[in-house]
Design a protein around this ligand. Structure first.
Ligand code: ZN
Length: 497
């Protein structure tokens, strides 16, 4: 079908204005929205169009998960939650997974929660070798293409302070020789700055023109990349008009590290380097000063808020209500670490709102419009699709989610006393997502992805994980375990958050 009419008893055109049209529809042709208006009028004008939706549905813009690392979670791959600084080295103990199957599994979980666009940041450890990273990236992008999702993809770069927040060599020098040697071997496979920028530019050249793909550059965090390469990354992004995505100020320890290294905050250091700009989005941003908020707002930097992950990894609660009051653009991401460990963007929206309900009768809190704006418009901007998706209006791509409002309200009826967006914010789960449309094409309906066989993907993954640990997996687990006390010791005497 190249054209269709998508109808609902409610149609949300724009979360920022919370403009909900009753009994309305949109017409899409070749993936582009051509008309939005009253259902009766559009139906009469286009009697032949295939119809999707019903008077019991909310038609809303597709959700954007603005920070994601892959489909199979760390817990599934053998790594329990802990404070970020300890958890980071634990994640080396994750089992290997086929990147194509991992991504398709993730697509299935994202789609069922109404996500049409995702910011995928590749941080997993990849065995060193010529062209290996390119092939992993190709496989991930092939999966998104096959699933029909929109993706902003980046490979994260780390070149220094890779184990703890101090010089790698200084940390290694204090370790028993055998452990230090094993670690050195692991770290030797990392890309240097020149190879990293070349990789990104190659990915932009080979994938950047695909209409549903954006390639971004990604220094993994301000302390993991040298100033020199931060500058080169910024320059390359500017030359290619690409976005930049990074982690920032995730924990109190990262802020302390910045104060020790640069006598300023992580945001302050990026400002001093001239790195900030509207092309940049930062995940987490939990530990910001008041001045940082104004700096981020002035440079139009987007924060990608990750409430579940921040709770699970003991990072804290980001001051999102204050960010929004100060004019910082805020998007929302699940970080492959949702509260229920299942990429549930609907629950993430609910959690984001609940965490910001500050005490006081007259205190502004995140209402449904604010939190849905984060999950649509702000996310679209952060992923580089800001001109194409995020709202439902003529000229935009038809990325749409249909939510069965009657099922959300059941066994009651949708009550006019409760705005439909409030009802969805408080109660909607993936079970209420009837269909997900990208570029006018139904990519998820009736509980299933339409473009690939999710049960077959699961069966293949089940077979892969039935095998015992490989030698490489076992070795990484042993290293992670041996490292634990050394990593903990390295933070002795640091100020407690
Ligand atoms: Zn992350």
């Amino acid at each position: 079908v190249t054209a269709s009419l998508i109808r609902g008893g409610w149609l949300l055109t724009d979360a920022a204005t919370t403009h909900v049209m009753p009994d309305a529809a949109l017409v899409q042709r070749d993936g582009v929205i051509t008309e939005v208006g009253p259902y009766g009028e559009l139906r009469a004008r286009h009697p032949d169009l295939v119809e999707l939706g019903s008077p019991g549905h909310l038609v809303m813009p597709g959700l954007v998960n603005a920070h994601h690392h892959g489909g199979l979670s760390s817990v599934m791959l053998g790594c329990v939650d802990g404070p970020l600084e300890l958890w980071l080295s634990e994640t080396w103990a994750r089992r290997d997974a086929d990147p194509y199957l991992d991504t398709l599994y993730g697509c299935a979980r994202l789609l069922r929660a109404g996500v049409t666009t995702v910011m995928h940041n590749l941080v997993r450890w990849i065995p060193p070798g010529e062209g290996v990273l390119d092939r992993v990236a190709d496989e991930i992008l092939r999966a998104y293409r096959d699933a029909g999702m929109r993706v902003a993809f980046s490979v994260a770069m780390r070149e220094e302070r890779r184990i703890v927040y101090e010089d790698d060599e200084r940390f290694l020098a204090a370790l028993p020789a055998s452990l230090a040697d094993a670690l050195r071997e692991r770290l030797a496979g990392g890309l240097d700055g020149a190879a990293y920028v070349a990789l990104c530019e190659d990915l932009i050249g080979r994938h950047g023109k695909h209409p549903r793909t954006r390639i971004l550059l990604s220094p993994a965090n301000v302390h993991w990349v040298s100033d020199r390469w931060l500058e080169r990354i910024k320059e390359s992004a500017g030359r290619h008009r690409a976005g930049i995505h990074m982690h920032l100020a995730e924990t109190a320890y990262q802020r302390t590290m910045a104060e020790r290294a640069w006598r300023t905050t992580p945001v302050g250091h990026l400002r001093d380097l001239g790195f900030l700009g509207p092309e940049l989005s930062c995940a987490h941003a939990v530990w910001l000063s008041h001045a940082d908020l104004d700096v981020l707002a002035a440079h139009r930097v987007t924060v990608c808020h990750n409430p579940s992950s921040n709770l699970r990894l003991s990072s804290g609660i980001a001051p999102v209500a204050t960010m929004l009051e100060r004019g910082v653009p805020v998007a929302l991401g699940v970080d492959s670490a949702a509260l229920g460990d299942d990429h549930d963007m609907l629950q993430e929206i609910r959690l984001a709102a609940a965490l910001q309900s500050r005490p006081g009768l007259d205190t502004w809190r995140l209402d449904a419009g604010a939190v849905l704006t984060m999950a649509t418009i702000a996310g679209a901007r952060a992923t580089g699709f800001g001109d194409e998706v995020g709202t439902l209006s003529p000229g935009r791509r038809a990325d749409v989610v249909l939510i069965d409002v009657e099922a959300v309200a059941d066994p009651c009826r949708p009550d006019p006393a409760v705005p439909v967006l409030e009802l969805v914010l408080r109660r909607a789960t993936p079970a209420h997502v009837s269909a997900v449309v990208v570029d006018g094409e139904t990519v998820y309906a009736d509980g299933r992805a339409t473009r690939f066989d999710e049960p077959a993907v699961r069966a293949e993954l089940r077979r892969a994980f039935a095998r015992p640990l490989s030698a490489g997996e076992a070795e990484r687990r042993a290293i992670a375990q041996a490292l634990r006390p050394w990593i903990r010791a390295s933070y002795t005497g640091w100020p407690r958050p």
